[in-house]
Design a protein. Sequence first.
Length: 113
Amino acid sequence: MINTTRFNQYKIMWTLVLFDLPTETKRQRKAAAQFRKSLMADGFNMFQYSIYSRHSPSKENSDVHVKRTVNALPDEGRVCIIRLTDKQFGDILVFDRAAKIEPPKESFQLELF
């Protein structure tokens, strides 16, 4: 019997990392670049310039990536982490020059058992 409730739109999580980091000095620019690189190395994708998103199959998996993000925080700046269910993320309205565009599609995950 296949467990159809394992992956549903209320258990799948999206983690959004929003940040405003100072870039006035060379050290600050380097710290900001390292933070962005750490997000991308952990599977985050750029949603907008200072907003990165990551799809996770569960809250527990999202917890792991939140912890990694917290461990990579730079010394200066503001970082906000928001978690949404797949259902909530699917309700996001995205506009590009007043034309509505579709939000990013979730990662396809194949279960073989």
